[in-house]
Design a protein around this ligand. Structure first.
Ligand SMILES: Nc1ncnc2c1ncn2[C@@H]1O[C@H](COP(=O)(O)OP(=O)(O)OP(=O)(O)O)[C@@H](O)[C@H]1O
Ligand SMILES: [Mg+2]
Length: 378
């Protein structure tokens, strides 16, 4: 995720919503470093040493070996850091440390800036790699850590739905490497476990019922097969619902407009729900076609035709299907999981069922009968 490792003297901001697993992730990282013989320090300004120990007991013996400093006063933390100069240190969290002599409660913009600034100064001077943990709401609304994004070297975001086991780590900014990588983890009793073959799970779990489509997505530089599900139902509301999870709302709005205009799939009077199964987020242009096929399949009440297959591609405003990056990796991943010819844009590769437009993709994926959708008819 960091592009090769932690750089001495650098600051990494790890953001995430409450309870997502930030402390678990950083604890486990320090435990691995400790096992490899590195000195570390875990500063907990949120939990008591007892609470940290309880978690560590659940994680591993190495986690128990990580030195913990439970302290909320910045000066006290700086003193310990200066004295010990551990090569790697986690501050959990930047919002609960308070700088004395500064007005405002811990977590306020002024305090967060001051705390991060002072830690950075010391970290650069002593070559300490610091990971700052920060809370961000789902919308990124909280003023707190966002104000630090320009200050730190890397910004990592830990996300996922708390009720589901999958967690994704993404880089939003990285001065030392690419921001295209993503790590997929599963939260278990014993901590976070990297999910090595997520595609296999998602493909096996795909229902293939009307409204279900497998998307060959890219997670950073890695291909990932995920199931996209849609539900289209007549609405009682004046403004029908548009509910998405796992992708951006505006993308759904765009796809619905293109479907209506270029494929005569009308959903104006219907509630539309689209969900990327497993709580994964696939915000990339390549997901358009999967969303369109899922919605069309749901609206018509017809499952995708032929052998189990996947799709990918971006939709243009004139109804054309546009080329997206790494078609060869997406196709290889689909082939590895024994999915039939993948519906893809032109120039994607000879193994794909290449189509030029959304209308062609629909004709290929859904047995075309009545162009008027079930919902529109209802
Ligand atoms: N025994 C357990 N088995 C499985 N998962 C657990 C267990 N205990 C806790 N968890 C998971 O760990 C999560 C909390 O992890 P953690 O404390 O690392 O999150 P956090 O992001 O640091 O939270 P906070 O915002 O409170 O600091 C819980 O939401 C839960 O999903
Ligand atoms: Mg925590």
């Amino acid at each position: 995720m960091l592009g090769g490792g932690l750089v001495p003297g650098s600051l990494v901001l790890l953001g995430g919503s409450p309870g997502i697993g930030k402390s678990t992730l950083t604890n486990m990282a320090l435990a691995n470093l400790a096992r490899a013989g590195h000195r570390t320090l875990y500063v907990s300004a949120e939990e008591s040493p007892e609470q940290v120990r309880l978690r560590a007991e659940r994680l591993s013996p190495d986690a128990l070996a990580v030195p913990v400093l439970a302290e909320t006063d910045l000066d006290a933390v700086l003193e310990v850091l200066a004295a010990q100069a551990p090569p790697v240190c986690v501050i959990d969290s930047v919002q609960t440390l308070g700088a004395s002599g500064l007005s405002g409660a811990p977590g306020s913009v002024g305090q967060v800036r001051e705390v991060a600034g002072q830690i950075m100064e010391l970290a650069k001077a002593r070559g300490i790699a610091v990971i700052l943990v920060g809370h961000v709401t789902k919308e990124g609304a909280l003023a707190g850590p966002r104000v630090l994004e320009h200050l730190v070297d890397c910004v990592l975001q830990f996300e996922g739905e708390r009720e589901r086991p999958y967690r994704e780590l993404r880089a939003l900014k990285n001065r030392f490497g690419s921001t295209h990588e993503a790590g997929l983890f599963e939260m278990r009793q014993g901590g976070l476990v990297e999910v090595l073959d997520a595609s296999a799970r998602f493909v096996a779990g795909a229902t293939r019922a009307p409204g279900s489509v497998v998307l060959a997505a890219m997670e950073g530089s890695r291909p990932l097969l995920v199931e996209v599900q849609a539900l289209v139902a007549p609405s009682e509301l004046e403004q029908p619902r548009r509910v998405v999870s796992g992708l951006h709302r505006n993308r759904l709005a765009l796809v619905l407009a293109i479907l209506q205009r270029h494929a005569r799939v009308a959903t104006g009077g219907a509630d539309v729900f689209v969900n990327v199964v497993g709580g994964v987020r696939v915000d990339e242009p390549g997901c358009d076609l999967a969303v369109a096929l899922a919605v069309a399949s749901a609206a018509r009440g017809i499952a995708l035709a032929g052998a189990p297959r996947a799709c990918f591609g971006e939709l243009g405003l004139t109804g054309e299907l546009r080329w997206v990056g790494h078609p060869e990796r997406r196709l290889a991943e689909a082939a590895r999981h024994e999915l039939g010819a993948v519906i893809a844009p032109l120039h994607s590769g000879s193994q794909a069922s290449e189509v030029a437009t959304l209308a062609q993709a629909l004709a290929c994926a859904l047995p075309a009968r009545d162009p008027v959708t079930v919902v529109a008819a209802a």
